[in-house]
Design a protein around this ligand. Structure first.
Ligand code: SF4
Length: 327
């Protein structure tokens, strides 16, 4: 961690979920390797987009970083401290600086709590304001910050639209003044017309509060606008990571090329010539990933070596990282 600008440094992160058999005596018969040895860092004030098909391990990565799941292996350095080594009060203090915005604003807000109570709950958990009046004032300020009427405090989640509920989720995440936020598919459950509003809100808040984001999404079109750099994940591993423009203009990994070929292009002339790369077959099970390159069962450019040797994830220069034997 020599670079002072790095806020989060993830090293060889692994998150395995055990598979057991037997009703009375449970035997460990294998593991679902949801995240299988990934490394990346995020600079202060940066947005790293993390993209991949559903089930590829991107949400698990976000949860393992925040220690909502305790990783099976590897390290997560946040401002120099290894979160995987922290427990109890020390971890709780760090967690206050790291929050999460969830995918589904319908499911992530308790329907029986008023908006005021939902937003002030983290303030109570972390003992931030002593009096109820101070907390109420902070809640009203947060509602204003996310573009909602501060007089909504006594309303319930069902009284709001999807976009408004996601704004409540954002206000709740902001309540404790975090530095880092994992945005776990925060717009995928929303109408297309509302998505841009939430992206703009997140960008405005980032500029105002100097926030750092890990922005998780399942397709490359969503993260293009908001990300500084983009990482592509497949079956628990990183396939490619590069500066946003570099990744979109010069995708190297066959999986990134396939994902990008599915993104519509606004220019109708170029759009007409766009050639889609259709991937054959299903994503293999993370309980039984292929040997060698984990993309070898679907890769249109697979070679003999790919089925035997797992390609190293390495920097080809200019901070453009790829795991593929073609390079
Ligand atoms: Fe395809 Fe081989 Fe590269 Fe894997 S290593 S992405 S199978 S070419």
């Amino acid at each position: 961690m020599s670079d002072n600008n790095i806020l989060l440094d993830v090293q060889d992160l692994k998150m395995y979920f055990p598979i057991t058999q037997g009703l009375i005596i449970q035997r460990h018969v294998g593991d679902i390797k949801a995240v299988d040895g990934i490394s990346f860092s995020i600079k202060k004030g940066e947005t790293l987009g993390l993209v991949g098909e559903s089930g590829c391990g991107k949400s698990t990565t976000g949860r393992a970083i925040l220690q909502l799941y305790r990783p099976t292996g590897g390290h997560v350095f946040f401002k120099g401290d290894d979160l995987t080594k922290l427990k109890g009060e020390a971890l709780r203090r760090k967690r206050r600086q790291m929050q999460m915005i969830f995918q589904d604003p319908y499911a992530s807000l308790n329907p029986r709590m008023t908006v005021g109570n939902i937003i002030s709950e983290p303030l109570e958990v972390h003992n931030i304001y002593r009096t109820k009046a101070e907390r109420q004032e902070r809640v009203q300020e947060l509602l204003r910050v996310v573009g909602l009427n501060p007089y909504f405090v006594n309303r319930y989640p069902h009284e709001f639209s999807g976009g408004q509920r996601q704004r409540i989720g954002v206000a709740r995440a902001l309540a404790v003044n975090p530095e880092f936020i994992v945005c776990d598919e925060p717009i995928s459950a929303l109408d297309v017309s509302i998505q841009a509003q939430i992206i703009n809100l997140l960008e405005d808040l980032q500029a105002e509060f100097n926030l750092t984001y890990l922005f998780i999404a399942h397709d490359l079109s969503v993260v293009r606008h908001i990300s500084d750099r983009v990482a592509v994940m497949y079956l628990g591993k990183l396939a490619e990571l590069a500066d946003r423009d570099e990744l979109y203009n010069n995708p190297l990994h066959p999986y990134t090329q396939a994902l990008l070929s599915a993104v519509p292009i606004p220019d109708p002339v170029i759009e007409e010539k766009r050639q889609r790369i259709i991937l054959e077959g299903d994503v293999p099970s993370p309980a039984n990933p292929p040997t060698g390159c984990n993309f070898s069962t679907r890769c249109p450019r697979v070679m003999d070596i790919c089925k035997e040797v797992d390609p190293e994830f390495r920097d080809l220069g200019g901070d453009h990282w790829v795991a593929c034997h073609l390079y």
